[in-house]
Design a protein around this ligand. Structure first.
Ligand code: PLP
Length: 406
């Protein structure tokens, strides 16, 4: 496959000027738009004359000019025909899933997912008559065996939260194609680094709250997909985005637009630092999980699916064994060493640290956590890029020595 350069793709898509020729696009805040000829209204409502089909804008829950600019950049970034921004990562996930899966439908999903998505599969969707079988995302054979006649889709995170298990996207895409179902991938941990749609995924979802926005000041999500699927999300009668209504505010869209041009630089720096820290921890004998380490079971798979030069991402995990030791390490890292902040979420310029089992994976029952390798002392780090790398390495080395991990 021809190598893909998402930064170049965004650069080529960026042809937008502000209303007065500004180098930045304008923010269009109008919720509704003037239709110049009354006869055009029915055609616009029938979906025959949208802004992407030579027509005009109608109403901002449908298409908004500023959100549209962001959508075009996101589609370029992922190599898809279309993208739909939403008000959160969860709304992107729910709308994409419900567009494909109806009452009685079945999903084969990874058993290593963000806790909210896990709750969606095990608690909320079953209430609506949609069930899921959870399987290890790196076991393509087990995923194939879990597919039933009523299965509509396979759902995985490219790099599973929080144990960083790597999904073989091309193999899963081939399986989905062969069985006539779709592959939906949450690529929140690896924007730019991996482009799942280019590897055969049908739909790619993101929490833009994380790396894509990168400043921990906006909740947003997006769905990158085919034009046909995008239009189905906006259908007047059955479009899940149109009718559930998780529209992204144009002001938030504008902020994300302004941060996309340096996403590539940020991802490379997150990756560079995470690799250095993971390498140092491994040398010290600390149990560390990072896909950039040759010791990681998904290392070769990651290398085979990644775009060139972006590294292995900014997420790593340290297995401290017990909650007590993880909390001790967290307290030292934040309050003594000033290495990072104890907070959930990820993709910020400062390092964010949390104990997954009792926070972002707490929706997963304790016994299931044990089975899938989330130990009570598993500390997830979203490695930031503030401060010098040398001082960060010294800080974490001091902290792991102090708690007896090295
Ligand atoms: N997907 C992943 C991998 C996440 O980590 C999260 C949140 O932590 C989400 C989706 C949900 O995103 P949001 O909080 O923007 O709704």
């Amino acid at each position: 496959m021809k190598s893909f350069d998402p930064e170049q793709a965004i650069t080529e898509a960026r042809r937008e000027f502000g209303e007065h020729g500004g180098v930045a696009p304008s923010i269009e805040r109008s919720s509704t738009f003037t239709v110049m000829e009354p006869g055009e209204m029915p055609e616009i409502f029938a979906g025959k004359r949208g802004p992407d089909r030579g027509g005009c804008y109608l109403y901002s829950r449908h298409f908004n000019p500023t959100v549209d600019v962001l959508d075009r950049y996101l589609a370029a970034m992922d190599g898809t025909e279309f993208a739909v921004s939403t008000a959160s990562g969860m709304s992107a996930i729910v709308c994409a899933l419900l567009q494909i899966c109806h009452q009685g439908g079945h999903i084969v999903a990874s058993n290593m997912l963000y806790g909210g998505t896990h709750a969606l599969f095990t608690d909320l969707l079953p209430e609506m008559g949609v069930t899921a079988t959870l399987v290890a995302p790196d076991d393509v054979g087990a995923i194939a065996r879990a597919i039933r006649p009523e299965t509509k889709l396979i759902y995985v995170e490219t790099v599973g939260n929080p144990t960083l298990v790597v999904a073989d996207i091309p193999a899963l895409a081939a399986l989905a194609r062969e069985r006539g179902i779709r592959l939906v991938v949450d690529n929140t941990f690896t924007p730019m680094i991996i482009a799942p749609a280019r590897l055969g995924a049908d739909v790619v979802v993101y929490s833009m709250t994380k790396y894509i926005n990168g400043a921990s000041d906006i909740i947003a999500g997006c769905i990158c997909c085919s034009r046909e699927f995008g239009h189905s999300l906006y259908d007047l009668h059955t479009g899940r985005v149109m009718l559930l209504g998780p529209t992204l505010d144009p002001r938030a869209a504008f902020d994300v637009i302004q941060r996309l041009p340096h996403l590539g630089i940020r991802m490379r720096e997150h990756s560079r630092r995470a690799l250095a820290i993971a390498g140092r921890l491994e040398t010290l004998g600390v149990p560390v999980i990072y896909p950039g380490l040759a010791s990681h079971p998904g290392h070769e798979c990651f290398k085979s699916i990644a775009n060139r030069d972006y590294g292995f991402g900014g997420m790593l995990a340290i297995d401290c064994g017990t909650t007590g030791r993880a909390n001790e390490l967290l307290a030292i890292l934040q309050n003594e060493e000033q290495f990072g902040l104890i907070a959930v979420s990820l993709g910020y310029y400062d390092t964010l640290m949390s104990c997954s089992g009792s926070s972002t994976s707490s929706e997963i029952p304790a016994e299931e956590q044990r089975e899938i390798g989330i130990s009570p002392g598993l500390l997830r780090l979203s490695v930031g890029y503030t401060g010098s790398l040398e001082s960060r390495l010294a800080q974490i080395e001091q902290a792991v020595r102090q708690v007896g991990l090295a």
